[in-house]
Design a protein around this ligand. Structure first.
Ligand code: GDG
Length: 752
């Protein structure tokens, strides 16, 4: 039975060792809840570290007990030594990746000790996981601590279905490129079949970094690297909406527990009923923008003195990485700032900030959410920020206002919040003023919409969506077999046939790819090959290309073959005149030309090629990402016009081509197939435009994709050299090919 293995740095358990006794309880949190429908269930496993150094687990019998207990719950613990924790966890993960990915490169301490620890621990995880995996199992890896793991697993067991989710932001290329081990990290991540990010920005930044740093093919959100496809998708993580809603309702009905936060708040409001609360909750981390928030609050009080004694900021800062000097320094700054603001604005009856540096039980957390009129959430960078969603879901009376940083992933979903720039204290202060003065009806409108959004994408849905998509992607996703490996059966089919149709694309299929397309005239060897194939009276051979008819005619008019130009707009039977296959008018060309020209002006070395029924924007000479980005923009702009103008956009190899919607190689091929009752059809092509042709072919046809991109074709060949070799095999008979194959294993390997 197939199983799912969840992998995260920490297991979702809290471990305590007291008096040589181990106790552990399940920790609560978004991830645990989200994955509760997956684990524990159906022998699914969860692999992770227990959170304490191996050296601190006393005695081997205790360790055995621990193992028994943990394994009974389908957890697989990874034991880490103090050195490993130092280099892998505190070092590479939290002193390099965390600051860099949150745009604090100045805090990143690049060093090789951290890097080797990170590799070592990722390998340790891989070894342990492979002890438990069977072919076709699903492995879902979480977060930045384990970015090398996917490729390590894939190399050992290519049939695993591997997914990865990044909980923190993925930075822009300009920041990511600073990472010394950037290429290794990307290669590690591309061992996955599916990578998930919280927002489409992180998704795009990742794709851009890959496109700049690795030789790969990118088609929309699919990356093909070394023959393996990774889908890059957006899955905004949700919360357990019901849990927050229910607890908030419960607290309304239940009696207040003595000594709870709620009891203290009630006591306070008895004496100061006018005071309204503003809540802020985060781990004490520099990415959370706590200092900015305090400064903005200070500015607010200074500029709105009538709000003194009327508002109170309840600031919960949960201790985090307290042994790291950076965090100790931040704590000191925050302590001082809170002291300064309190001393500046306080009155005998009132202090503006109530600052708690600790973590609270879940019930108290909800009490804070429910008692606060405003939530002030101002991270300078945050992958998602679940606190924002939790606040909204806890507002069971449908009031309250959320002020949320535009730098938090949650701002992409919670559009009814006040979205602010956390670096602009005036903007935060204004938002605070508006929030405090917002009529209840407006509050309710906004909160209701946000609650619906959160309910509709709760954490269980998030997990299910990710796993459903992952399981839908075949693990060996580009494993169409090589046509060379299957040449025997193909040749048998060929030799038995009496009426054969052979359809060959030209650029990228019979010749390589060059910056200057004029240079790609057929060489002698190719002309000879085509002549031999076409010379067989049983064969009807067509070159089917996007090129202009003049171009094809100049090169191939002397050969006994058919020519199809401009993706099927024109056809020329051997020794006959060109016939147009398309009788419409191309009125759309003027409009599109203008748009394309605006891009040739902006992007040097890009150029427009005009054909009779096609307009092409080429960017093969444009270096790096600029051309790719331009092409992406053009495609997006054209998409909106395709319906009105009756056109289609073909996204080819370093070219965007626009044609009338009815022109494509598929239609051209359909017409050809009607002419005779062919008993052997072969089609070879490398480009997305060839996919139209593949899709039109009957099931017994031999379709071959050249290159690694995803395709509807049955077989694959690596490049034009392999295509030529394969065609020789057809034309010259198996015995001759065998002779070539038997030249020696070395050469054979090179060819295959
Ligand atoms: C990472 C990313 C991304 C906080 N204090 C207490 C407490 N909490 C709970 C909150 C919330 C969670 O901790 C914090 O989640 P965040 O999303 O705000 O932030 P990170 O911990 O940094 O998480 C982040 C997240 O992963 C998920 O992908 O959103 O961007 O950095 O659930 O409620 N819970 C209790 N007591 C506290 O004192 N019980």
């Amino acid at each position: 039975m197939k199983k799912i293995i969840i992998v995260s740095n920490r297991l979702p358990v809290e471990l305590k060792i007291e008096n040589d006794k181990i106790t552990f309880k399940q920790s609560v949190g978004g991830l645990t809840t989200g994955l509760s429908s997956v684990h524990p269930k159906d022998h699914n496993l969860w692999v992770g570290w227990l959170g304490i150094p191996e050296q601190e687990i006393p005695g081997s019998s205790l360790k055995d007990d621990l193992m028994d207990e943990v394994i009974r719950k389908d957890y697989i613990p990874i034991f880490l030594t103090e050195e490993e924790i130092d280099s892998y966890y505190y070092g590479y993960s939290n002193d390099i990746i965390w600051p860099l990915f949150h745009y604090f490169p100045e805090y990143a301490k690049f060093n090789s000790y951290y890097w080797s620890g990170y590799k070592k621990v990722n390998e340790k995880f891989a070894r342990e996981i492979l002890n438990y995996t069977d072919e076709n199992d699903t492995v879902w890896v979480h977060d930045y601590h384990l970015m090398l793991l996917p490729a390590m697993l894939k190399t050992q067991q290519s049939h695993l279905n591997i997914g990865f989710f990044l909980h923190i932001p993925f930075p822009t290329y300009e920041v990511f490129r600073m990472l010394p081990s950037r290429v290794e990290i990307l290669k590690g991540l591309l061992g996955t079949n599916l990578i998930g990010f919280h927002t489409s920005e992180y998704q795009q930044y990742f794709i851009e970094s890959v496109s700049r740093l690795l030789p790969c093919e990118i088609h929309g959100n699919e990356i093909i690297y070394e023959g393996h496809k990774t889908v890059v998708e957006v899955f905004p993580m949700g919360i357990d909406a019901d849990e927050f809603e229910n607890e908030a309702h419960l607290q309304k009905e239940q009696e207040i527990k003595p000594q709870s936060i709620k009891a203290e708040i009630k006591e306070y409001t008895k004496h100061s009923p006018q005071v309204r609360f503003i809540i802020s909750i985060d781990r004490l981390d520099y990415s959370k923008g706590i200092v900015n928030r305090l400064e903005a609050f200070d500015y607010f009080l200074e500029n709105n003195p009538h709000y003194k004694e009327q508002v109170k900021l309840l600031m919960l800062a949960v201790p985090s990485r307290t042994c790291v000097p950076q965090y100790q320094l931040l704590k000191k700054d925050i302590d001082e700032l809170v002291g300064r603001i309190n001393s500046k604005h306080a009155t005998v009856r009132w202090t503006p900030i109530l600052y708690l540096f600790r973590s609270l039980p879940f019930e108290d957390l909800i009490s804070l959410y429910t008692c606060s009129d405003v939530a002030l959430i101002t991270p300078v960078r945050d992958g998602m920020n679940l606190v924002a969603k939790e606040y909204v879901m806890s507002r069971s009376d449908q009031d309250g206002v959320l002020i949320l940083s535009e730098m938090a992933g949650a701002s992409k979903e919670l559009k009814e919040a006040f979205i602010i720039n956390p670096m602009n204290y005036r903007e935060i202060s204004n938002a605070l003023l508006q929030a405090l003065e917002m009529p209840k009806e407006d509050q309710a409108k906004r909160i209701k919409i946000m609650q619906d959004t959160i309910r509709n994408n709760n954490v269980k849905k998030w997990a299910t969506n990710f796993l459903t998509q992952l399981e839908g992607i075949p693990s060996n996703n580009l494993q169409q077999e090589s046509a060379l490996k299957n040449r025997k059966s193909i040749i048998e089919h060929y030799e038995k046939a009496e009426k054969r149709l052979i359809l060959l694309d030209y650029d990228g299929t019979l010749v390589g790819f060059q910056d200057n397309p004029e240079m790609l005239a057929p060489d002698k060897e190719l002309t000879k090959l085509i002549r031999t194939l076409a010379g067989n009276s049983k064969n009807d051979l067509y070159l089917i290309s996007g090129r202009k008819k003049e171009n094809l005619e100049a090169w191939f008019a002397d050969l006994p073959i058919g020519l199809i130009a401009e993706h099927g707009s024109f056809i020329r039977q051997s020794n006959k005149d060109w016939k147009s296959e398309f009788y419409g008018k191309s009125h759309w060309k003027k409009k599109i030309q203008k748009l394309l020209e605006s891009y040739t002006e902006k992007i040097p070395d890009s150029f427009i090629e005009e054909k009779t029924h096609v307009l092409a924007w080429h960017y093969r000479k444009v270096p790096g990402e600029i051309g790719v980005r331009g092409a992406r923009e053009i495609v997006q702009m054209l998409r909106t016009r395709t319906m009105d103008l009756g056109i289609q956009v073909l996204n080819g190899n370093k070219v965007i081509e626009v044609t009338a919607a009815s022109i494509n190689k598929g239609n051209a091929v359909r017409n050809l197939m009607r002419q005779k009752d062919y008993d052997f059809i072969l089609a070879i092509g490398d480009d997305t435009t060839d996919e139209f042709m593949f899709r039109q072919l009957p099931s017994q046809a031999i379709s071959i994709k050249v290159g690694t991109a995803e395709s509807a074709a049955k077989y694959r060949l690596k490049d034009f050299k392999q295509v030529r070799f394969f065609l020789y095999a057809l034309s010259e008979k198996e015995t001759i090919v065998k002779r070539i194959f038997d030249i020696g294993n070395e050469n054979k390997k090179q060819i295959i």
